[in-house]
Design a binder for this molecule. Sequence first.
Ligand SMILES: *[C@@H]1O[C@H](CO)[C@@H](O)[C@H](O)[C@H]1NC(C)=O
Ligand SMILES: *[C@@H]1O[C@H](CO)[C@@H](O)[C@H](O)[C@H]1NC(C)=O
Ligand SMILES: *[C@@H]1O[C@H](CO)[C@@H](O)[C@H](O)[C@H]1NC(C)=O
Ligand SMILES: *[C@@H]1O[C@H](CO)[C@@H](O)[C@H](O)[C@H]1NC(C)=O
Ligand SMILES: *[C@@H]1O[C@H](CO)[C@@H](O)[C@H](O)[C@H]1NC(C)=O
Ligand SMILES: *[C@@H]1O[C@H](CO)[C@@H](O)[C@H](O)[C@H]1NC(C)=O
Ligand SMILES: *[C@@H]1O[C@H](CO)[C@@H](O)[C@H](O)[C@H]1NC(C)=O
Ligand SMILES: *[C@@H]1O[C@H](CO)[C@@H](O)[C@H](O)[C@H]1NC(C)=O
Length: 324
Amino acid sequence: EAYTFSMALKVTENALLTNGTSVCDGRLEIFYNGSWGTVCDDSWDLPDANVVCRQLQCEAAVEAITPVSYGPGSGHIWLDDVHCQGNESSLSICTHRGWGQNDCRHKEDVGVNCTEFKILRLTDGCSGQLQVFYNNSWGSVCANNMDKATAAKFCQELGCGRLKSDVKEELSKLDLDPKWLDNVRCRGHEASVWQCPSSPWGKNTCTRTEVAAFNCTETLDLRLVGGTNNCSGRVEIKYGDTWGTVCDDDWDMKDVKVVCQQLRCGEPVSAELEFGGGRGVIWLNKVRCRGTEAHLWDCQHEPLGKNDCEHKEDAGVNCTEQTD
Ligand SMILES: *[C@@H]1O[C@H](CO)[C@@H](O)[C@H](O)[C@H]1NC(C)=O
Ligand SMILES: *[C@@H]1O[C@H](CO)[C@@H](O)[C@H](O)[C@H]1NC(C)=O
Ligand SMILES: *[C@@H]1O[C@H](CO)[C@@H](O)[C@H](O)[C@H]1NC(C)=O
Ligand SMILES: *[C@@H]1O[C@H](CO)[C@@H](O)[C@H](O)[C@H]1NC(C)=O
Ligand SMILES: *[C@@H]1O[C@H](CO)[C@@H](O)[C@H](O)[C@H]1NC(C)=O
Ligand SMILES: *[C@@H]1O[C@H](CO)[C@@H](O)[C@H](O)[C@H]1NC(C)=O
Ligand SMILES: *[C@@H]1O[C@H](CO)[C@@H](O)[C@H](O)[C@H]1NC(C)=O
Ligand SMILES: *[C@@H]1O[C@H](CO)[C@@H](O)[C@H](O)[C@H]1NC(C)=O
């Protein structure tokens, strides 16, 4: 399946969800022709909701129409009778009655509850400053109240082993830093860090100099092997002391984009299979990047080392730049 980069830029209208529990939950509001308006619930269903979720960089919709009301909106009712197939990149591409054409009232305004999309990363793979991608941008996690047990939980969540250092406060490496999380403190029994209590998203008392930084025991590294230059080749990942490869199931241009960016090799050119098979462990499979991740291992993937691939399926890339 081909991925074109212009597709992501073709969003002609702006959308957001409001009055819900997160940026991925709420009444749907659309910005069109200079003003915000809502969408009527006539024939609204799950594929429509999923298009909204994808457009907002959230995950799939939990339910098409939430049983709770998000309250009526105001102003225009921009869309009615929306019919999406589910694969559209934005709601405006779906068929509908026409902008502003409807016989609805605001009490019929649709709400969408998507699963929140968030990714964690440490700036240097398994060490450095802790950052999280939320509401379409990267922000820091602050160190206030973060104890070693909580940092250790982050190491574990990232597949980075155990905690190896104290939790330090550092000057943020991000220019525009929304500082998404603060006062994260796990109690110990949580299955994932996302269940640990914290201040609400974006609400904090921290400054640019109070970003959480720590080191975990594992190391992660990335290189390209077998190409004619350092910006093309078979993708290899080092986890701990062991270099291994990446299986090509679901391998596409968004994954290539992340590899090229991470290695400072410019833009993606192609997803390749022609660099020959590697040896040893196959670390990653079913890699599904969005294109915004800083590291290949930040993308969604099967558990490390778990797959039924053979080395003839090892994934490779070509990027525009060449390093020396
Ligand atoms: C867009 O806004 C202009 C000026 O407010 C108005 O004349 C026009 O009818 C609007 N178009 C639609 C589709 O609402
Ligand atoms: C938000 O939703 C609640 C119902 O959950 C409703 O009572 C309230 O009026 C809504 N507020 C706005 C600003 O839409
Ligand atoms: C969505 O899928 C249908 C059928 O599978 C296809 O015909 C259509 O071109 C796709 N639309 C987009 C925007 O990818
Ligand atoms: C949306 O779904 C989440 C997760 O299932 C839930 O916590 C939240 O309360 C839901 N929102 C509403 C308004 O019901
Ligand atoms: C999420 O991003 C949108 C668009 O940039 C912004 O309007 C909104 O305030 C942000 N939400 C939060 C919670 O920061
Ligand atoms: C992590 O390790 C590096 C290299 O050993 C060291 O320079 C840095 O201070 C450590 N960071 C923390 C937060 O301890
Ligand atoms: C990818 O790079 C290799 C050399 O490293 C080259 O042989 C191949 O033609 C390139 N493929 C594309 C599509 O540019
Ligand atoms: C790739 O990089 C290594 C070290 O950074 C360098 O020794 C080597 O010459 C480079 N090879 C090419 C083909 O650029």
